[in-house]
Design a protein around this ligand. Sequence first.
Ligand SMILES: *[C@@H]1O[C@H](CO)[C@@H](O)[C@H](O)[C@H]1NC(C)=O
Ligand SMILES: *[C@@H]1O[C@H](CO)[C@@H](O)[C@H](O)[C@H]1NC(C)=O
Ligand SMILES: *[C@@H]1O[C@H](CO)[C@@H](O)[C@H](O)[C@H]1NC(C)=O
Ligand SMILES: *[C@@H]1O[C@H](CO)[C@@H](O)[C@H](O)[C@H]1NC(C)=O
Ligand SMILES: *[C@@H]1O[C@H](CO)[C@@H](O)[C@H](O)[C@H]1NC(C)=O
Length: 508
Amino acid sequence: MGINIIIIIIISLLPLFLLISILGGTDGVDNRCDFPSDFIFGSGTTAFQVEGAAKEDGRTPSIWDTFVQSGQQTGDTDVGCNQYHKYKEDVKLMADVGLEAYRFSISWSRLIPNGRGPLNPKGLEYYNNLINELLLHGIQPHITLYNYDLPQALEDEYGGWISPKIVEDFSAYAEVCFREFGDRVLYWTTVNEPNVFVLGGYDLGFLPPERCSFPFGRNKNCSKGNSTTEPYLAMHHSLLAHASAADLYRTKFKKDKQHGHIGISIYGISLAPSTNSKEDVHVAQIAKQFFYDWVLHPLMTGDYSNLMKKIVGSKLPIFTKDEANLVKGSYDFIGITYYGDMSCKYMPNNWSVEYRDVYADLQIQMGFLSITERSLTSAKSLKGVLQYLMQEFGNPPVIIYENGFETERNSSLQDVARVKYMMEHIQVVFDALRNGSNMNGYFTWSFIDVFELLTGYKTSYGLFYVDLDDPNRKRYSKFSAKWYSNFLKGKTSTSLDSDAATKLLFYS
Ligand SMILES: *[C@@H]1O[C@H](CO)[C@@H](O)[C@H](O)[C@H]1NC(C)=O
Ligand SMILES: *[C@@H]1O[C@H](CO)[C@@H](O)[C@H](O)[C@H]1NC(C)=O
Ligand SMILES: *[C@@H]1O[C@H](CO)[C@@H](O)[C@H](O)[C@H]1NC(C)=O
Ligand SMILES: *[C@@H]1O[C@H](CO)[C@@H](O)[C@H](O)[C@H]1NC(C)=O
Ligand SMILES: *[C@@H]1O[C@H](CO)[C@@H](O)[C@H](O)[C@H]1NC(C)=O
């Protein structure tokens, strides 16, 4: 009898299964309603890139201010997009678009001007106001604690991230944030893109704090730094700072009072072989594993991977037993920033064995490697990144915290290409979710046009254009803002294929 009942149940459910599998096979996303309701859609910016008010209300310079002042980047960041004074207007725009969440970062040197010690009441007030304004409009705040903007005071005092002292100062800063804002904030990212900032800042030297050593600087003469050792130190201390802050959050705040999530964000490197040759394929595979393992392997296991150890050798710092315990499992989610592919090419090994940077370390072990600039290819490589995380790192909870399309800053407000890019990538996110990826959210970069890390004000990714010549820094909505708004409000009904964007343009 039992068996009969089971058979009847199976037979009666059969049409439902069939229906689900048919839909599953051909499903194009129409809009937000196709996603689970607890999946979070948002957009983001970071402090230095939008706040302005750089010299107001007690803020002191960060290493990014210094970078701009030294002429490495041009463009005014003292007023910038002026979100510091225009946050209410920006939150209103977010609410109009229908954003469910806003990802922003805290300027450490605004909140704690000397990096450690007394709080700046004006800084505290600003972030409280911003958080409250977001909540008033039903928008979840997602906070990043560190985004390329170390207080200059700490850089000057002990070299910032290359010193173990950073761990204590970062933890104290994080504790202030959890204590002051944690009653209202459920998502914390400790460090953004350590796998970019240690390479750009300490190996190639083209990002703040511009440390590097000859001959590794990219288009620059290195006056301070050591490309051979410092990238590994900076990463090691980033991991320890992250883990220490995460531990603090869990033991002191999350346990019974706050119920949020803490994670770290990494640059989602999709390293494609530049040709199908065996060598290129091999190099791309190893390089990719290297750049993920560097951050994720310690977080998962408490130690660097054997591959890392083999490639870096004695230059790789060692976790003590206590540190290993702290680092292992120190995340609730992994944030991913994703833009496009980079490609890897076989190159003859010609580096001196004595002094090597990170790239040369990779070359020495494998004999060859060249990583070229990123290119925007199809959304397929995002699929590759998500599958890689599922397969190699045990399918951790993931939030895509940045994804966006670059255009000339002054190009048309009818940014059809950006909408196509978003459609294609959102479709990939949907497919991966369907396929069992543990994905929890998707954020476009960027909400408004910001001061970009690599290009200043020359190019942009925003849903809104900001007129920098206007003293009011007026925002203008682009087609992408309208499209995203329709998507979020369940209004778009064309499947997200790339021709749809063009059609939508004519009906919008
Ligand atoms: C590096 O220094 C040399 C000699 O002083 C100079 O000729 C060259 O232009 C400098 N390169 C850069 C990128 O600053
Ligand atoms: C970098 O550090 C290594 C190890 O301490 C040292 O041997 C090397 O001379 C340093 N390089 C520079 C450019 O200071
Ligand atoms: C290695 O070879 C490449 C290509 O020939 C060249 O551009 C590069 O400067 C060489 N590097 C060193 C360290 O000699
Ligand atoms: C945008 O700026 C660039 C560089 O200043 C200029 O060459 C281009 O013509 C401008 N495009 C528009 C649409 O104004
Ligand atoms: C789903 O996952 C499998 C194996 O993990 C992979 O082969 C397949 O390509 C994935 N499909 C999508 C749409 O991500």
